[in-house]
Design a protein around this ligand. Sequence first.
Ligand SMILES: Nc1nc2c(ncn2[C@@H]2O[C@H](COP(=O)(O)OP(=O)(O)OP(=O)(O)O)[C@@H](O)[C@H]2O)c(=O)[nH]1
Ligand SMILES: [Mg+2]
Length: 695
Amino acid sequence: MGFDVEKIRNVAVIAGGGAGKTSLVEAVLFDAKATGRLGTIEEGNTVTDFEPEEMHRKNSLSSSLACSDWKGHRLNLVDTPGFINFLEDTKCCLSAVDGAVVVVGARVGVKAETVKVWQYADDYEIPRVIFLNKMDRENANFQNALEGIEQSFGMTAVPLNIPMGAESSFEGIIDLLKMKAVTFKSGSPVEGEIPESLKEEAEDYHRQLIEKVAESDDTLLEKYLEGSDLTEEEIHEGIMQGTLSRAFVPLVCGSATENIGVQQLLDTILFCLPSPAAKAAKTPVKGTNPKNGDEVVRNPEPGAPVSLRVFKTLADPFAGKLTIFRVFSGTVKSDSALFNATRDSKERMGNMFYLLGNKQTPVKEVGPGEIVAVAKLKDAQTGDTMCDAAHPVLFPPVQFIDPMISYALDPKSRGDEEKVSSGLQRLLEEDPSLKFHRDMESKEMILGGMGQMHLEVTLEKLKRKFGVEVIMKTPKIAYRETIRASSSAQGKYKKQSGGRGQFGDCWIKIEPLTRGGGFEFVNQIVGGAIPRQYIPAVEKGIVEKMKEGLIAGYPVVDMKATLYDGSYHNVDSSEMAFKIAGSMGLQKAVQTAKAVILEPIVNVEVNTPEEFLGNVIGDLNAKRGKVQGVDSMAGGAQKVNAQVPMAEMLTYANQLNSLTSGQGMYTMESSHYEEVPSHIAQKLIDEKEEAKKEG
Ligand SMILES: Nc1nc2c(ncn2[C@@H]2O[C@H](COP(=O)(O)OP(=O)(O)OP(=O)(O)O)[C@@H](O)[C@H]2O)c(=O)[nH]1
Ligand SMILES: [Mg+2]
């Protein structure tokens, strides 16, 4: 039977790579007695990093779900990846939870990726608490970390506890609500009095806490200003409301691997982060009726029509597909027949399971707010909305960004193309941020993703799960072509050989459009110079030619073509002849239209310790980058913003590593297209010529 919707907490654990998310989830599961052993990243035996690729890389590469119970509540934790290449997955998970724990390492502070996932959480209006982790590490400094957090997130952080000791002498926390010291004996909390040496500091933080809570609520503020003490209940309520409205973010500290402060985090989750009901009361769950576009609101009630969102898919060659979803309303049974509003198809549910990493516990029926997996759905894919067919609803789709990088794939053994392609299709279902297609011209298989590591991991999975190996060939950059001047030309196709001939004749004018303008076709034929039925054929000929490219084989963009004159033949004219004429006209017009090649430019944000700043900037300049600003961050880190051609950034992860002794971080997102310098344009044109000769 389902869980009481007030007693559920769906929480994503989010942060940049290495902050300790997986270790934290591991400690939670141990404390909640969902597991009997505290696994570690080093030994590769954690519950949520169960894929072999994750174990040997010591990184989470995809999200995973762990359901457990804590003090009469159901906790559905989603351990998300933090490495930049995998954040699309994290984004998708945030569409399915009601709250998040943001993990920050006490020594390194807030990384660029953490700011990114923080923004994703903003997009979904997700209330958060911060877990300041790794207080046991050398150079862990509570005060510095706190300042850095407020600066990076632009939000007041309210500590609910402070550390007792630091680095190797970190032994516990001071609970600022109860004003008690809590030390840990093999993970178990022992409550005691606050040591004399920390009393003043604790009083100080306690006062600040009460002030911040009071400020967030007018009635509390009034009471506080009148000099009355707030009750424990009022303080709890104030913190909860402040968290929900995101007036501030509560912060607790600890150490995941030492299992210190983890139970306090769980208690904080219970009273600060909303249940599905409280979240929906604050931010109603809205979608549209796919039949008429009307807005639909779904309440988290067991008797309401079913609505759910798929936020993760696992492909297993043996067990089949596993689809993980969050129920927003209604009750789902293993034999429910549902409507997939995203794909417009009907589908029957199957066996459902609660998940603890890769361990499954069967369940027959789940209610609103629950997160479960279902086996062997056919159509459903990550991001889809499924619902009661009689009460259809479509939730806003998760917007995935386009691939940053693409490689051509070469199967190791000839004849494996089919296997590669079918295996990748399955992996694409797992990971919507991958794109796979066969290049029409070169016939190559092209795999696109968020970065080199993303593709490497995908191919490793392809080998493990589907038994085929491929080699990645030089990355493809998505160059484009365009024109810089207007020109006009005639395209005339005439063939007279034996029987029926071919005749098509058109005059077209081409003009540049602004960047991002795409393609426009204008028909200015008057007086039937070309019969109406042939005009779409001319456009088709132009569009097909544009796809093939004009000078170096890249698709043409930002161009307007006007068809303004032509002639036809009563017998010999045909659609085919006009299509060819259109394409010939464009080819000719281009000769005087100053065709150029465009390259994708990316926005890059690099975080580096000050000592490597010179190296980083010098390198970006050498990459034809334009540095746009340098900002000082907390703890002496520097943030560099730059725009750099994508082509120069293909192996940046490794380069930045060696430039900064492994301490630099970066994020990258596509920005716009710019004309390539002429020497590079020439190189690309030559490459095209070479390919033609070999072809
Ligand atoms: N000393 C110390 N080390 C920790 C603590 N928490 C995590 N670590 C270590 O930090 C490293 C990264 O921990 P993970 O749990 O993999 O971090 P993550 O945030 O899941 O990283 P990604 O999955 O790559 O995003 C591992 O070597 C952990 O053992 C902590 O509280 N103290
Ligand atoms: Mg992890």
